[in-house]
Design a protein around this ligand. Sequence first.
Ligand SMILES: Nc1ncnc2c1ncn2[C@@H]1O[C@H](COP(=O)(O)OP(=O)(O)OP(=O)(O)O)[C@@H](O)[C@H]1O
Ligand SMILES: [Mg+2]
Length: 624
Amino acid sequence: MASKTSRDVLGRGLRVLGRAIREQPRIFAAAVTGSVLFGLMVIGSAFVVGGVVGEVAAPAIARGSVARGTLALAAAALFGISVLRVVGIFGRRLGAGYMQYALQADYRRRVTRRYLDLPLSWHHRNATGTLLSNANSDVEAAWYPIAPLPFAVGTLVMLVGAVVSLFLTDWALALVGLAVFPALFALNVVYSRRMAPRQARAQRLRAEVSGIAHESFDGALVVKTMGREAQETARFAARAGELRDALISVGRLRGVFDPMLETLPSLGTLAVLVVGALRLGQGAITVTELVSVAFLFTVLAFPVRAIGWVLAELPRSVAGWDRVRHVLDATGEMPYGEATLDPAASTPATLAFRDVHFGYEPAEAHLPGTEVLGAVSFTVPAGKTIALVGSTGAGKSTIASLAVRLVDPRSGTITLDGIDARELSAAALAANVALVAQVPFVFDDTVRANITLDRPGIGDEEVWAALRLAEADGFVAALPDGLDTMVGERGTSLSGGQRQRLTLARALAGRPRLLVLDDATSAVDPRVEAAILAGLRTPTEGAAPASILVVAYRRATIALADEVIYVEHGRVVARGTHADLLATVPGYTDLVTAYEQAEQEREQPRPYDEVSPLTSGLEVEVDR
Ligand SMILES: Nc1ncnc2c1ncn2[C@@H]1O[C@H](COP(=O)(O)OP(=O)(O)OP(=O)(O)O)[C@@H](O)[C@H]1O
Ligand SMILES: [Mg+2]
């Protein structure tokens, strides 16, 4: 941004304004009409005041008496003009405010909508703090100049009107106007050019400050336990300091230019008085005309500032708009197909991976992306439970994401009941498959809302059934308001194991035909974990029978699976029953034994439900 020339910023800023006008043409027209009415009344008031002085006050002083009729006429004219001015101001403000906030709301919606459409790979490359600032301060900044825009447009019309009326009055006075008005305009342009890089910098720093703040709140646990408060505060303070400096430099520039913009019209008034006195002496103009013109310069000073406000906000608007457009123009969303799966089928689904290769997109486009999965093929037959076992970083979560189509493979196919996942509609996918992710996410809402997610057909009965299956009914029933209990953002008022079971219940409530559990019960005590899986495999009421793909570590859990798929370095190296693999694959035995030892060292099952959320969250971290 800083490298772009200011002329460029002016042009691009005007194009952003043009877009705003095209989106809200009627409101804009109404606001400008109000503003033009106001402008014409300002000129009118100058001439009425001139008339009052020339025709009423001066003769009255000369004669010592006032003509009643003239006085009444003057009063009526002044009153009428004031009323019309008020109407103009009202129309302009209402229109400008409506337009600004309507655009902001609309673009906030568009940006957040876009976030949800963009693929995970895009989200991996963009920090959450930046996304927040895109949807908030960038959208706001982009439409900031809309507030003074109708005023500025009305002022331009007013300036033209003023010059015309000056020429109708006297050419010499008109020349003063011709000197002052363009100078005012030029000063405003210089002002906005100087402002451009400063505003762009401030806008970028706003995003960075919000990014750092977001990161340290989000990672509050790590920050606290690692004693990083001071460093985090320092990191934040450094960037906040830069933002402060950037804003001060904006303020300093304002401090220099604002008085200049204020002074120029006063100098104009002075010039009018000097030139006007001469012309009065020559008999070229009347007292009425001189007073009118002098007064005109005085009342023009304020509206002319509106042009400066628009120009001064343009750079910030362009910077904000660029960042908003970065989101709106981002591509790569996954197109969904039209295919549906038989909605009547309450049978489990069959999932098949065939020769699937996958790699994450590199953070920078020119870097080569490494392959994370190579030639992965396996099937989860209808109604079966398949355990996915492998050491950390082997690619288990990646397989889970592919199975529910959060990402697409580079090559190879993933099918559900024989249909390529890419051909399924978004609704079909959502209705048939559910992923319980490795990191549980809980919304800042009631327990009920967290489970139903506003999906139709999930009443309290279904919610309780899902909670029972997830072994979560006990603790939810014990919550102060039961299903109506508010759980904090990201479930901070719940323990790690409670949070996991809540997200599991959420998945179950949708009655998926394929359930993918990515280490979804790691923070739950092992016996409860086994009970959950056993319950899922022999569904009673409340759950459609589902095929299950489960990332697991514990022997008791793995042993429940019909088959185990053992992955190492993104490849399936062995498959078979748990007993087969234990007998034939040394690496597998080592891994399972190591996990078991770790589990035993902890000995007692941890009473997760009793410990504070902070500690239990920490243990989850240490767990893996
Ligand atoms: N968003 C990402 N961007 C780039 N690389 C990634 C991303 N997520 C995972 N990887 C890489 O892909 C590989 C597989 O990761 P994955 O998360 O699938 O492992 P995992 O088997 O689930 O591990 P864990 O047991 O620790 O959860 C790892 O080498 C990891 O570094
Ligand atoms: Mg994982």
